[in-house]
Structure formats: C-alpha cells, structure tokens
Design a protein around this ligand. Sequence first.
Ligand SMILES: Nc1ncnc2c1ncn2[C@@H]1O[C@H](COP(=O)(O)OP(=O)(O)OP(=O)(O)O)[C@@H](O)[C@H]1O
Length: 312
Amino acid sequence: MSVSNSTLKNYNLESILTISNLTKKFGYLTAVKDLSFTINKGNVYGILGPNGSGKSTTLGIVLNVVNKTEGDFHWFDGNTSTHDALKKVGAIIERPNFYPYMTASQNLKLVCRIKGVNYDKIDEKLEIVGLLDRKNSKFKTYSLGMKQRLAIASALLNDPEILILDEPTNGLDPQGIHQIREIIKQIAAKGTTILLASHLLDEVEKVCSHVVVLRKGVKLYSGRVDEMISSHGFFELKCNKQEELVSFLENHNAFGNIKIQDDLVTAFLNEPMKSEDFNKQLFEQNIILTHLVQRKESLEEQFLQLTDNQKN
Ligand SMILES: Nc1ncnc2c1ncn2[C@@H]1O[C@H](COP(=O)(O)OP(=O)(O)OP(=O)(O)O)[C@@H](O)[C@H]1O
C-alpha cells in the first residue's frame, strides 16, 4: 500500500491514541472484546457503558496498569514508547489521594517535583479548576468536589496532550457535578484532548463530542454524539395480523431493530419515512393497522436500546 508522506504526516499529527482489536480476559471472563477505536487531537471522547462494561479495564490497559490479552494500542504516531508517551498524558483513574494535612499548594509542589515540572504551573492550574483562593487550605478540609478538582489540577501540571478521567463526577452533588463538567469543557476548549469514562448518558451528551458505547466489553457504537442523537425515530404499531406485519418490517430496508412486546410492535427507522407513506405501503399489502404512532426516541432510549436489546 502506498501512502504519501503528507497523508502520513497529517494522520500522525492528529492521532493521539489508536486501539486495535484489543481484548482483555480475566480467566474465563472477557472484559474487553476485540475493541478498536481512534482518539484524534482536540476532541472530547466518552466511553459510555453500564457498570462492568469494560471502561476502566480499557483505560487501565492504555495507561499500562492492566496487561492486555490480545490486540494492540499505540500512543501518538506509534513511534513513541508507551513509557514516554504517558509523560504527555494526564490521568485520574482512582479517587484523588493527597496528603490530608498538607495544603493544596504543598500537595501540588510534591507532584511538580515527581513530574519535574516548574512550581509556576501550580497557580495556573489551580486557577483553571477554581481553587486558587483555597490553595492554602489543607486537603482534609476540601469537599469531595474540591478534591476531584484538585486531582484535575494535578493531572494538568505537565500540560498533557490528553486528559483521561474515569467517572469524573461519581459521588458528587449536583453543584459539584456541574463544576467538574464546566471545567472539562473549558480544558477542552483550550485544545486539550479528553477521554472520559462514564455510565451516565447525560454526562456524555453534555460534555463529549464523540462516544464509544460499550456493552459487556463489546463496542456497540462509535462516532459523533450528535450523529447518535440524530436518529430517524420509530413507529409504534398494533395490528391484528402481527406475524405478517413483522415479516413485512423485517424485509423492509428502511427498518433496523424491531421490538415486540405483547401486541405492540416498535420498528426503528434507518432512514426518514412519513407515517402516511408507511401506512399506504402496509395497506397495499393488505396489512391494516389498529394503532400507528410515530415517535422520535430520546438519546436515553437509544442508549438503552443499544445496551439492552442488542444481542452479541
Ligand atoms: N482485576 C480483575 N479481576 C477479575 N475481573 C475483573 C478485574 N477487573 C475487572 N474485572 C471484570 O471485568 C469486567 C469489566 O470491568 P470494568 O471495571 O472494566 O468495567 P467498567 O465499565 O469500568 O464498570 P464500572 O463502572 O463498574 O467500574 C467486569 O465484569 C469486572 O468484574
């Protein structure tokens, strides 16, 4: 295969993390299965999935704290060792852990010394997370939200190319959740790429531009969040000849997933269709409906549909 130098250069410039056919097994349990996706510079990515879907395992593998079973991943252009690449990554994958009797500022000084970063960065990063005026308070006096914000400041000290957060708002009150989300958006607006794991659809919808949906370690969807939102909706249908209706829907290109619950059939559209056109088509096949409602599903419904109803 021939790839021109300029294509290669552009591609390499943009790519932050490439995951290819990654699999992780814990004994008989497959936590991540044949997972592939790419993270490009400047976007905010969400790994979305219910508990146990393999989000933390995936983050652990790319951060070199969990060993992969099969597949591969590489950081940046692929020519940097994972060890060196991780120097350009800021990650919070556990609960923030600082010295309780030291102030925020003293705690960050320690981190600066470990990371080889100038102390000048401390105030700059505390400002971003809204803690500059509390920099001389002891860590133990901080609320949970403030602790999480301090962890973000700490992860930002070395000006990472990418910030990785595992469930960044877990356990916080609504105000704390709002603050963290706003901070993430601000950091992203300044050009830092972000990868966050969340089981909250709402969080991904509010914060992320791109999403990878996982269920039991398997990727169900990856792409832009707005494209996932822009679905074509679905029809709710009832008919005395349900078998004929379902067979018609299954053979119709415009329909994807079909759900049957007692006498109610829900048919999800792959493309736009007006209810009157659909009704006419059915009528021509001698299928007479007793109930027809066209709806547009919410992102939440789509997520539940993706994670609950799709068979592996
Ligand atoms: N060290 C381990 N040993 C055995 N099984 C593990 C280990 N770590 C994770 N698992 C299992 O792997 C699966 C994926 O877990 P993982 O923590 O990656 O999911 P998650 O999507 O991050 O969920 P959560 O939000 O609950 O942490 C789960 O079934 C979990 O029990």
